[in-house]
Design a protein. Sequence first.
Length: 131
Amino acid sequence: VLLVGGAVGAALLAHTLDHALIWGLCLAAGVFFSLYDPIVQPFLTVHRADRTYNRVGQSMAAQQMVFFPDRVEITTPQITGRYPYKLLHDVAETADAFLFVIGEGDLRILPKRVLDEAQTDRVRACLFPGK
């Protein structure tokens, strides 16, 4: 709506500089929001994964992750959880780790340094089927 409204408004209703600026901002907002899901959000997720891993990489709590075709089971000293892949808030892969966003403020990191190449490929196939 913002994209179309901004384009139409800029073309037809921008008689003054103020109007042109307002319609131009609507057009820019429309472009941003239309590109958010396919481009901006994945970029932000990978950036967050890198930043989180770099901050807590060596001081993470011990955890065990078992990957199944439909879910990942994560066991820590405090809790055990079964998380279907489709219910994970977000998943990202960086050069150093896999990041699982389970919910607001609940991040799990699987460093690639603990996996061999075959295990890395199996985890990737579970998390990103068809890629």
